[in-house]
Design a protein around this ligand. Structure first.
Ligand code: NAD
Length: 478
Protein backbone atom coordinates (compact mmCIF):
# COMPACT_ATOMS: atom_id res chain seq x y z
CA UNK A 1 0.00 0.00 0.00
CA UNK A 2 2.84 2.33 1.01
CA UNK A 3 4.70 1.40 -2.17
CA UNK A 4 1.68 2.32 -4.31
CA UNK A 5 1.23 5.76 -2.76
CA UNK A 6 4.94 6.47 -3.32
CA UNK A 7 4.59 5.89 -7.05
CA UNK A 8 1.17 7.54 -7.32
CA UNK A 9 1.01 10.05 -10.13
CA UNK A 10 0.59 13.67 -9.21
CA UNK A 11 -2.77 15.30 -9.86
CA UNK A 12 -1.91 18.03 -12.38
CA UNK A 13 -5.43 19.45 -12.64
CA UNK A 14 -4.96 23.20 -12.12
CA UNK A 15 -8.35 23.53 -10.44
CA UNK A 16 -7.26 20.93 -7.89
CA UNK A 17 -3.93 22.72 -7.34
CA UNK A 18 -5.56 26.14 -6.88
CA UNK A 19 -8.04 24.57 -4.47
CA UNK A 20 -5.18 23.12 -2.35
CA UNK A 21 -3.41 26.49 -2.34
CA UNK A 22 -6.63 28.19 -1.22
CA UNK A 23 -7.25 25.65 1.56
CA UNK A 24 -3.71 26.01 2.90
CA UNK A 25 -4.31 29.71 3.55
CA UNK A 26 -8.01 29.49 4.42
CA UNK A 27 -7.41 27.23 7.41
CA UNK A 28 -5.22 29.94 8.98
CA UNK A 29 -7.92 32.61 8.74
CA UNK A 30 -10.89 33.58 10.83
CA UNK A 31 -13.44 33.40 8.00
CA UNK A 32 -16.72 31.40 8.39
CA UNK A 33 -16.58 28.08 6.55
CA UNK A 34 -19.67 28.74 4.43
CA UNK A 35 -18.20 32.00 3.26
CA UNK A 36 -14.95 30.26 2.35
CA UNK A 37 -16.96 27.88 0.14
CA UNK A 38 -18.64 30.83 -1.54
CA UNK A 39 -15.29 32.56 -2.16
CA UNK A 40 -13.76 29.39 -3.57
CA UNK A 41 -16.64 28.32 -5.82
CA UNK A 42 -16.77 29.31 -9.47
CA UNK A 43 -20.01 31.30 -9.82
CA UNK A 44 -20.77 30.62 -13.49
CA UNK A 45 -19.34 28.77 -16.48
CA UNK A 46 -20.57 29.16 -20.02
CA UNK A 47 -19.57 26.17 -22.16
CA UNK A 48 -19.93 26.62 -25.88
CA UNK A 49 -19.53 24.59 -29.03
CA UNK A 50 -19.80 26.75 -32.11
CA UNK A 51 -19.29 26.21 -35.83
CA UNK A 52 -17.13 28.30 -38.12
CA UNK A 53 -17.27 27.96 -41.89
CA UNK A 54 -13.99 27.97 -43.80
CA UNK A 55 -14.89 27.85 -47.51
CA UNK A 56 -16.81 24.62 -48.02
CA UNK A 57 -15.88 23.09 -44.68
CA UNK A 58 -17.25 23.57 -41.18
CA UNK A 59 -15.25 23.25 -38.02
CA UNK A 60 -16.67 23.00 -34.51
CA UNK A 61 -14.81 24.81 -31.72
CA UNK A 62 -15.04 24.11 -28.00
CA UNK A 63 -14.85 27.19 -25.83
CA UNK A 64 -15.57 28.47 -22.32
CA UNK A 65 -15.97 31.61 -20.28
CA UNK A 66 -15.83 31.21 -16.52
CA UNK A 67 -16.88 33.95 -14.11
CA UNK A 68 -15.44 33.00 -10.76
CA UNK A 69 -16.58 35.76 -8.44
CA UNK A 70 -18.91 38.73 -8.80
CA UNK A 71 -18.08 40.26 -5.42
CA UNK A 72 -16.83 43.18 -7.52
CA UNK A 73 -18.06 43.98 -11.01
CA UNK A 74 -17.16 43.76 -13.81
CA UNK A 75 -15.34 40.46 -13.73
CA UNK A 76 -12.08 40.37 -15.63
CA UNK A 77 -9.70 37.86 -17.16
CA UNK A 78 -7.87 36.90 -20.31
CA UNK A 79 -8.84 34.68 -23.21
CA UNK A 80 -6.57 31.73 -23.91
CA UNK A 81 -6.17 30.05 -27.30
CA UNK A 82 -4.59 26.65 -26.76
CA UNK A 83 -5.23 23.14 -27.97
CA UNK A 84 -4.83 21.94 -24.37
CA UNK A 85 -7.33 24.28 -22.72
CA UNK A 86 -10.04 22.58 -20.64
CA UNK A 87 -13.02 23.73 -18.59
CA UNK A 88 -11.21 22.98 -15.34
CA UNK A 89 -8.22 25.02 -16.44
CA UNK A 90 -10.41 28.00 -17.37
CA UNK A 91 -12.21 27.77 -14.00
CA UNK A 92 -8.89 27.63 -12.13
CA UNK A 93 -7.49 30.58 -14.06
CA UNK A 94 -10.68 32.54 -13.32
CA UNK A 95 -10.21 31.84 -9.60
CA UNK A 96 -6.60 33.04 -9.79
CA UNK A 97 -7.92 36.26 -11.36
CA UNK A 98 -10.24 36.87 -8.40
CA UNK A 99 -7.37 36.49 -5.93
CA UNK A 100 -4.96 38.47 -8.11
CA UNK A 101 -7.34 41.44 -8.43
CA UNK A 102 -7.90 41.45 -4.67
CA UNK A 103 -4.15 41.37 -3.97
CA UNK A 104 -3.39 44.37 -6.20
CA UNK A 105 -6.54 46.26 -5.19
CA UNK A 106 -8.07 46.22 -8.65
CA UNK A 107 -11.86 46.43 -8.15
CA UNK A 108 -12.84 43.48 -10.36
CA UNK A 109 -13.99 39.92 -9.84
CA UNK A 110 -12.17 37.11 -11.64
CA UNK A 111 -12.98 35.52 -14.99
CA UNK A 112 -11.23 33.62 -17.78
CA UNK A 113 -12.02 32.43 -21.28
CA UNK A 114 -10.59 29.74 -23.48
CA UNK A 115 -10.96 28.41 -27.02
CA UNK A 116 -9.54 24.97 -27.72
CA UNK A 117 -7.33 25.49 -30.75
CA UNK A 118 -3.72 25.82 -31.78
CA UNK A 119 -3.50 29.34 -33.24
CA UNK A 120 -0.42 28.37 -35.25
CA UNK A 121 -2.62 26.06 -37.37
CA UNK A 122 -4.97 28.84 -38.55
CA UNK A 123 -4.57 31.78 -40.93
CA UNK A 124 -5.18 35.35 -39.73
CA UNK A 125 -8.49 35.38 -41.59
CA UNK A 126 -9.60 32.13 -39.93
CA UNK A 127 -8.58 33.38 -36.48
CA UNK A 128 -10.61 36.53 -37.05
CA UNK A 129 -13.70 34.47 -37.90
CA UNK A 130 -13.24 32.26 -34.83
CA UNK A 131 -12.67 35.25 -32.52
CA UNK A 132 -15.68 37.16 -33.83
CA UNK A 133 -17.93 34.10 -33.53
CA UNK A 134 -16.70 33.41 -29.97
CA UNK A 135 -17.42 37.07 -29.11
CA UNK A 136 -20.92 36.81 -30.57
CA UNK A 137 -21.51 33.74 -28.38
CA UNK A 138 -20.35 35.67 -25.29
CA UNK A 139 -22.60 38.61 -26.20
CA UNK A 140 -25.62 36.36 -26.64
CA UNK A 141 -25.40 35.15 -23.03
CA UNK A 142 -24.19 38.39 -21.42
CA UNK A 143 -20.68 37.07 -20.77
CA UNK A 144 -19.03 40.24 -22.06
CA UNK A 145 -19.70 43.95 -21.47
CA UNK A 146 -18.01 47.03 -19.92
CA UNK A 147 -19.95 46.62 -16.66
CA UNK A 148 -20.27 42.83 -16.57
CA UNK A 149 -17.28 40.91 -17.96
CA UNK A 150 -14.19 42.39 -19.60
CA UNK A 151 -11.77 40.00 -21.35
CA UNK A 152 -8.08 40.64 -22.12
CA UNK A 153 -5.22 38.77 -23.81
CA UNK A 154 -3.72 35.58 -22.42
CA UNK A 155 -1.63 32.72 -23.81
CA UNK A 156 -2.14 32.58 -27.59
CA UNK A 157 -4.00 35.89 -27.96
CA UNK A 158 -2.93 39.52 -28.18
CA UNK A 159 -3.87 43.01 -29.33
CA UNK A 160 -5.13 41.78 -32.70
CA UNK A 161 -7.73 39.48 -31.16
CA UNK A 162 -8.77 42.17 -28.66
CA UNK A 163 -9.41 44.63 -31.55
CA UNK A 164 -11.64 42.04 -33.27
CA UNK A 165 -13.53 41.47 -30.02
CA UNK A 166 -14.05 45.24 -29.48
CA UNK A 167 -15.24 45.69 -33.05
CA UNK A 168 -17.68 42.75 -32.83
CA UNK A 169 -19.07 44.01 -29.53
CA UNK A 170 -19.50 47.48 -31.03
CA UNK A 171 -21.37 46.08 -34.04
CA UNK A 172 -23.88 44.43 -31.68
CA UNK A 173 -24.30 47.57 -29.53
CA UNK A 174 -24.49 50.49 -31.96
CA UNK A 175 -24.31 53.96 -30.45
CA UNK A 176 -23.34 52.88 -26.94
CA UNK A 177 -20.62 55.21 -25.87
CA UNK A 178 -18.71 52.90 -23.49
CA UNK A 179 -18.33 49.98 -25.91
CA UNK A 180 -14.52 50.20 -26.02
CA UNK A 181 -14.38 49.29 -22.32
CA UNK A 182 -15.76 45.79 -23.12
CA UNK A 183 -12.23 44.43 -23.57
CA UNK A 184 -8.69 45.52 -22.66
CA UNK A 185 -5.29 44.89 -24.21
CA UNK A 186 -6.40 46.59 -27.44
CA UNK A 187 -4.01 48.33 -29.86
CA UNK A 188 -3.41 51.96 -28.79
CA UNK A 189 -5.15 53.23 -31.93
CA UNK A 190 -8.25 51.23 -30.94
CA UNK A 191 -8.61 52.57 -27.40
CA UNK A 192 -5.69 50.69 -25.86
CA UNK A 193 -3.34 52.24 -23.37
CA UNK A 194 0.40 52.78 -23.60
CA UNK A 195 2.23 50.25 -21.49
CA UNK A 196 -0.43 47.49 -21.60
CA UNK A 197 1.48 45.29 -24.04
CA UNK A 198 4.48 45.08 -21.73
CA UNK A 199 2.54 45.48 -18.46
CA UNK A 200 2.83 41.93 -17.15
CA UNK A 201 6.59 41.94 -17.78
CA UNK A 202 6.90 45.40 -16.18
CA UNK A 203 4.91 44.18 -13.19
CA UNK A 204 7.32 41.25 -12.82
CA UNK A 205 10.24 43.70 -12.90
CA UNK A 206 8.63 45.94 -10.26
CA UNK A 207 7.55 42.96 -8.17
CA UNK A 208 11.05 41.47 -8.16
CA UNK A 209 12.45 44.88 -7.28
CA UNK A 210 10.30 44.80 -4.14
CA UNK A 211 11.43 41.28 -3.32
CA UNK A 212 15.07 42.27 -3.72
CA UNK A 213 14.63 45.46 -1.73
CA UNK A 214 13.86 43.59 1.50
CA UNK A 215 16.80 41.95 3.18
CA UNK A 216 14.87 39.54 5.46
CA UNK A 217 13.62 37.11 2.80
CA UNK A 218 16.93 37.12 0.93
CA UNK A 219 19.19 36.35 3.87
CA UNK A 220 17.87 32.80 4.03
CA UNK A 221 18.78 32.17 0.40
CA UNK A 222 22.10 34.01 0.61
CA UNK A 223 21.37 36.65 -2.03
CA UNK A 224 22.34 40.32 -1.82
CA UNK A 225 19.44 42.82 -1.80
CA UNK A 226 19.70 44.07 -5.39
CA UNK A 227 18.75 42.72 -8.81
CA UNK A 228 22.06 43.94 -10.28
CA UNK A 229 24.12 41.02 -11.61
CA UNK A 230 21.60 38.31 -10.69
CA UNK A 231 21.45 35.42 -13.14
CA UNK A 232 18.07 34.68 -14.71
CA UNK A 233 16.64 31.81 -16.78
CA UNK A 234 13.38 32.42 -18.61
CA UNK A 235 10.96 29.83 -19.96
CA UNK A 236 8.76 31.21 -22.76
CA UNK A 237 9.71 34.18 -24.92
CA UNK A 238 6.14 35.35 -25.44
CA UNK A 239 4.50 38.50 -24.18
CA UNK A 240 5.24 37.92 -20.50
CA UNK A 241 8.67 36.26 -20.74
CA UNK A 242 10.09 38.59 -23.38
CA UNK A 243 9.18 41.83 -21.64
CA UNK A 244 10.13 40.63 -18.16
CA UNK A 245 13.53 39.39 -19.38
CA UNK A 246 14.16 42.53 -21.38
CA UNK A 247 13.40 44.90 -18.48
CA UNK A 248 15.36 42.79 -15.98
CA UNK A 249 18.34 42.78 -18.32
CA UNK A 250 18.28 46.36 -19.60
CA UNK A 251 17.00 48.28 -16.59
CA UNK A 252 17.94 46.16 -13.56
CA UNK A 253 21.31 44.83 -14.70
CA UNK A 254 20.33 41.15 -14.46
CA UNK A 255 22.19 38.59 -16.56
CA UNK A 256 19.77 36.52 -18.68
CA UNK A 257 21.80 33.32 -18.96
CA UNK A 258 19.16 31.03 -20.46
CA UNK A 259 15.98 31.34 -22.52
CA UNK A 260 13.75 28.36 -23.34
CA UNK A 261 11.09 28.11 -26.00
CA UNK A 262 9.05 25.05 -26.92
CA UNK A 263 11.54 24.07 -29.68
CA UNK A 264 14.56 24.22 -27.33
CA UNK A 265 16.68 26.72 -25.47
CA UNK A 266 19.84 28.82 -25.60
CA UNK A 267 22.38 29.31 -22.81
CA UNK A 268 25.27 31.70 -22.28
CA UNK A 269 26.79 32.07 -18.80
CA UNK A 270 27.97 35.58 -19.72
CA UNK A 271 24.44 36.73 -20.51
CA UNK A 272 22.17 36.91 -23.56
CA UNK A 273 20.70 40.01 -25.20
CA UNK A 274 16.96 39.36 -24.93
CA UNK A 275 15.98 41.63 -27.82
CA UNK A 276 18.51 39.95 -30.12
CA UNK A 277 17.34 36.46 -29.16
CA UNK A 278 13.76 37.53 -29.85
CA UNK A 279 14.72 38.97 -33.29
CA UNK A 280 16.74 35.85 -34.09
CA UNK A 281 13.72 33.65 -33.34
CA UNK A 282 11.45 35.88 -35.41
CA UNK A 283 13.83 35.81 -38.38
CA UNK A 284 14.83 32.14 -38.32
CA UNK A 285 11.69 30.57 -36.85
CA UNK A 286 13.66 29.01 -33.96
CA UNK A 287 15.46 30.10 -30.84
CA UNK A 288 18.24 27.58 -31.54
CA UNK A 289 21.60 28.52 -33.07
CA UNK A 290 21.68 31.99 -31.57
CA UNK A 291 25.26 33.28 -32.04
CA UNK A 292 27.68 32.83 -29.12
CA UNK A 293 25.34 30.65 -27.15
CA UNK A 294 24.97 26.97 -26.44
CA UNK A 295 21.94 25.13 -27.84
CA UNK A 296 19.87 23.29 -25.26
CA UNK A 297 17.87 20.76 -27.29
CA UNK A 298 15.17 20.17 -24.66
CA UNK A 299 13.70 23.34 -23.09
CA UNK A 300 13.07 21.61 -19.75
CA UNK A 301 16.84 21.21 -19.19
CA UNK A 302 17.02 24.96 -18.55
CA UNK A 303 14.46 24.64 -15.74
CA UNK A 304 17.04 22.50 -13.94
CA UNK A 305 20.05 24.73 -14.65
CA UNK A 306 21.59 26.72 -11.78
CA UNK A 307 20.59 30.40 -11.62
CA UNK A 308 19.53 33.02 -9.09
CA UNK A 309 16.07 33.60 -10.57
CA UNK A 310 14.05 31.10 -12.58
CA UNK A 311 11.18 32.75 -14.44
CA UNK A 312 8.68 30.30 -15.93
CA UNK A 313 6.54 32.38 -18.33
CA UNK A 314 4.91 29.81 -20.58
CA UNK A 315 2.24 27.54 -19.10
CA UNK A 316 1.15 25.74 -15.95
CA UNK A 317 2.59 22.54 -14.44
CA UNK A 318 6.17 23.12 -15.52
CA UNK A 319 7.72 22.40 -12.12
CA UNK A 320 6.26 19.22 -10.76
CA UNK A 321 7.03 16.46 -8.28
CA UNK A 322 9.07 14.86 -11.04
CA UNK A 323 11.63 17.68 -11.62
CA UNK A 324 11.38 19.90 -8.48
CA UNK A 325 14.28 18.22 -6.69
CA UNK A 326 16.54 19.03 -9.65
CA UNK A 327 15.55 22.71 -9.85
CA UNK A 328 18.55 24.78 -8.77
CA UNK A 329 17.28 28.37 -8.60
CA UNK A 330 17.19 30.48 -5.43
CA UNK A 331 14.13 32.51 -6.40
CA UNK A 332 11.27 31.05 -8.41
CA UNK A 333 9.50 34.00 -10.01
CA UNK A 334 6.15 32.79 -11.35
CA UNK A 335 5.48 34.76 -14.52
CA UNK A 336 3.05 32.17 -15.87
CA UNK A 337 -0.12 31.18 -14.09
CA UNK A 338 0.21 27.97 -12.09
CA UNK A 339 3.72 26.88 -13.20
CA UNK A 340 4.41 25.07 -9.90
CA UNK A 341 2.39 22.12 -8.60
CA UNK A 342 1.63 21.72 -4.90
CA UNK A 343 3.98 18.76 -4.46
CA UNK A 344 6.74 20.64 -6.27
CA UNK A 345 6.19 23.63 -4.02
CA UNK A 346 6.64 21.47 -0.91
CA UNK A 347 9.95 20.18 -2.26
CA UNK A 348 11.16 23.67 -3.22
CA UNK A 349 10.19 25.24 0.11
CA UNK A 350 12.15 22.53 1.92
CA UNK A 351 15.14 23.50 -0.26
CA UNK A 352 14.62 27.14 0.84
CA UNK A 353 13.66 28.35 -2.63
CA UNK A 354 11.87 31.70 -2.39
CA UNK A 355 8.70 31.32 -4.48
CA UNK A 356 7.20 34.62 -5.63
CA UNK A 357 3.66 33.53 -6.52
CA UNK A 358 1.80 34.10 -9.79
CA UNK A 359 -1.19 35.73 -8.07
CA UNK A 360 1.09 38.59 -7.11
CA UNK A 361 3.93 38.61 -9.61
CA UNK A 362 2.01 38.54 -12.89
CA UNK A 363 -0.72 40.96 -11.76
CA UNK A 364 0.78 43.82 -13.79
CA UNK A 365 -1.35 42.86 -16.79
CA UNK A 366 -4.66 43.17 -15.01
CA UNK A 367 -3.51 46.32 -13.22
CA UNK A 368 -2.82 48.15 -16.48
CA UNK A 369 -5.96 46.62 -17.97
CA UNK A 370 -7.81 48.37 -15.17
CA UNK A 371 -6.15 51.65 -16.21
CA UNK A 372 -7.19 50.99 -19.82
CA UNK A 373 -10.77 50.35 -18.74
CA UNK A 374 -10.77 53.63 -16.78
CA UNK A 375 -9.36 55.44 -19.82
CA UNK A 376 -12.09 53.98 -22.06
CA UNK A 377 -14.83 55.03 -19.64
CA UNK A 378 -13.42 58.54 -19.22
CA UNK A 379 -12.77 58.88 -22.96
CA UNK A 380 -9.55 60.79 -22.42
CA UNK A 381 -5.89 59.81 -22.42
CA UNK A 382 -4.11 59.94 -19.06
CA UNK A 383 -2.00 63.09 -18.81
CA UNK A 384 -3.74 64.93 -21.67
CA UNK A 385 -5.35 67.56 -19.46
CA UNK A 386 -2.50 68.16 -17.02
CA UNK A 387 0.79 67.59 -18.87
CA UNK A 388 1.30 71.11 -20.26
CA UNK A 389 -0.09 72.79 -17.15
CA UNK A 390 2.34 70.90 -14.92
CA UNK A 391 5.23 71.73 -17.24
CA UNK A 392 4.29 75.43 -17.18
CA UNK A 393 3.94 75.69 -13.41
CA UNK A 394 7.22 73.79 -12.81
CA UNK A 395 8.98 76.05 -15.32
CA UNK A 396 7.65 79.13 -13.49
CA UNK A 397 8.83 77.71 -10.17
CA UNK A 398 12.32 77.09 -11.60
CA UNK A 399 12.44 80.64 -13.00
CA UNK A 400 11.55 81.97 -9.54
CA UNK A 401 14.36 79.89 -8.01
CA UNK A 402 16.78 81.27 -10.64
CA UNK A 403 15.72 84.83 -9.77
CA UNK A 404 16.27 84.21 -6.04
CA UNK A 405 19.67 82.51 -6.36
CA UNK A 406 20.80 84.72 -9.26
CA UNK A 407 22.00 81.79 -11.37
CA UNK A 408 20.54 79.86 -14.31
CA UNK A 409 19.70 76.18 -13.88
CA UNK A 410 21.53 74.20 -16.64
CA UNK A 411 19.11 73.65 -19.53
CA UNK A 412 19.34 69.84 -19.42
CA UNK A 413 18.39 69.79 -15.72
CA UNK A 414 15.68 72.37 -16.32
CA UNK A 415 14.20 70.25 -19.12
CA UNK A 416 14.20 67.15 -16.94
CA UNK A 417 12.63 68.87 -13.94
CA UNK A 418 9.90 70.62 -15.89
CA UNK A 419 8.82 67.52 -17.85
CA UNK A 420 5.09 66.84 -17.40
CA UNK A 421 4.08 63.18 -17.17
CA UNK A 422 2.77 61.46 -20.31
CA UNK A 423 0.39 58.49 -20.40
CA UNK A 424 3.17 55.90 -20.23
CA UNK A 425 4.76 57.68 -17.23
CA UNK A 426 1.45 57.65 -15.40
CA UNK A 427 0.74 54.02 -16.25
CA UNK A 428 4.16 52.88 -15.06
CA UNK A 429 3.95 55.00 -11.95
CA UNK A 430 0.52 53.52 -11.12
CA UNK A 431 1.83 50.02 -11.76
CA UNK A 432 4.94 50.50 -9.62
CA UNK A 433 2.87 51.87 -6.76
CA UNK A 434 0.44 48.96 -7.09
CA UNK A 435 3.14 46.29 -7.02
CA UNK A 436 4.95 47.93 -4.09
CA UNK A 437 1.77 48.34 -2.04
CA UNK A 438 0.63 44.78 -2.72
CA UNK A 439 3.99 43.29 -1.76
CA UNK A 440 3.91 45.27 1.47
CA UNK A 441 0.50 43.75 2.28
CA UNK A 442 1.74 40.23 1.50
CA UNK A 443 4.80 40.65 3.72
CA UNK A 444 2.59 41.98 6.53
CA UNK A 445 0.39 38.87 6.20
CA UNK A 446 3.49 36.68 6.25
CA UNK A 447 4.52 38.28 9.52
CA UNK A 448 1.10 38.43 11.18
CA UNK A 449 -0.97 35.43 10.06
CA UNK A 450 -0.16 32.67 12.50
CA UNK A 451 1.17 29.54 10.79
CA UNK A 452 1.89 31.32 7.50
CA UNK A 453 5.44 30.72 6.30
CA UNK A 454 5.53 31.27 2.54
CA UNK A 455 4.66 34.10 0.16
CA UNK A 456 1.93 32.20 -1.72
CA UNK A 457 0.00 31.38 1.43
CA UNK A 458 0.43 34.99 2.59
CA UNK A 459 -0.84 36.28 -0.77
CA UNK A 460 -3.89 33.98 -0.58
CA UNK A 461 -4.52 35.16 2.97
CA UNK A 462 -4.58 38.77 1.78
CA UNK A 463 -6.93 37.89 -1.09
CA UNK A 464 -9.34 35.72 0.92
CA UNK A 465 -9.66 38.35 3.66
CA UNK A 466 -10.46 41.07 1.13
CA UNK A 467 -13.03 39.01 -0.80
CA UNK A 468 -14.58 37.85 2.49
CA UNK A 469 -14.91 41.46 3.64
CA UNK A 470 -16.65 42.39 0.38
CA UNK A 471 -19.14 39.50 0.73
CA UNK A 472 -19.79 40.30 4.40
CA UNK A 473 -20.46 43.94 3.59
CA UNK A 474 -22.70 43.10 0.64
CA UNK A 475 -24.72 40.45 2.47
CA UNK A 476 -26.56 37.68 0.66
CA UNK A 477 -29.50 38.59 -1.59
CA UNK A 478 -32.36 37.69 -1.28
P1 NAD B 1 2.31 33.99 -25.15
O1 NAD B 1 1.48 33.11 -26.01
O2 NAD B 1 2.55 35.39 -25.59
O3 NAD B 1 3.75 33.35 -24.86
C1 NAD B 1 3.97 32.09 -24.32
C2 NAD B 1 5.28 31.56 -24.90
O4 NAD B 1 5.63 30.33 -24.25
C3 NAD B 1 5.18 31.27 -26.40
O5 NAD B 1 6.22 31.93 -27.08
C4 NAD B 1 5.30 29.75 -26.46
O6 NAD B 1 5.92 29.30 -27.66
C5 NAD B 1 6.15 29.44 -25.24
N1 NAD B 1 6.06 28.06 -24.78
C6 NAD B 1 5.01 27.22 -24.80
N2 NAD B 1 5.32 26.03 -24.26
C7 NAD B 1 6.62 26.11 -23.88
C8 NAD B 1 7.53 25.20 -23.27
N3 NAD B 1 7.17 23.99 -22.91
N4 NAD B 1 8.80 25.62 -23.02
C9 NAD B 1 9.18 26.86 -23.36
N5 NAD B 1 8.35 27.78 -23.95
C10 NAD B 1 7.10 27.40 -24.21
O7 NAD B 1 1.60 33.96 -23.71
P2 NAD B 1 1.74 35.03 -22.55
O8 NAD B 1 0.65 36.01 -22.71
O9 NAD B 1 3.14 35.46 -22.48
O10 NAD B 1 1.35 34.11 -21.29
C11 NAD B 1 2.29 33.26 -20.69
C12 NAD B 1 1.81 32.88 -19.30
O11 NAD B 1 1.62 34.08 -18.53
C13 NAD B 1 0.48 32.15 -19.24
O12 NAD B 1 0.49 31.28 -18.13
C14 NAD B 1 -0.52 33.27 -18.98
O13 NAD B 1 -1.71 32.81 -18.37
C15 NAD B 1 0.29 34.13 -18.05
N6 NAD B 1 -0.14 35.53 -17.97
C16 NAD B 1 -0.23 36.31 -19.09
C17 NAD B 1 -0.61 37.65 -18.97
C18 NAD B 1 -0.66 38.59 -20.15
O14 NAD B 1 -0.88 39.80 -19.94
N7 NAD B 1 -0.44 38.13 -21.37
C19 NAD B 1 -0.93 38.16 -17.71
C20 NAD B 1 -0.81 37.34 -16.59
C21 NAD B 1 -0.41 36.03 -16.73
Amino acid sequence: MKQRSKTQRENLNLNHIVSLQFDKAAKLLDVPEGLLHQIKACNAVYRIEFPVRFGDTYEIFHAWRAEHSQHKKPVKGGIRYSEFVTQDEVMALAALMTYKCAIVNVPFGGAKGGVKLNPRKYSTEQLEKITRRYTAELISKGFIGPGTDVPAPDYGTGEREMAWIADTYDAFHPGQIDNLACVTGKPISQGGIRGRREATGRGIQYGLREVFRRKDGLKKIKLSPSLEGKTVIVQGLGNVGYHAAMFLEEEEGCKIIGIAEYEGGVYNAKGLKTREVFEHRKNTGSILNFPESKNVPHPNVLLETACDILLPAALENQITKENAARVKCKVLAEGANGPTTTSAEEILLKKNVLIVPDIYLNAGGVTVSYFEWLKNLSHVRFGRMEKRREEKSMSELLSAVEDVVGRNIPSQIRKKLSYGPSEIDMVNSGLEETMAEAYGEIVTALQTVKGCSDLRTAAYAVAINKVATAYLQLGVFP
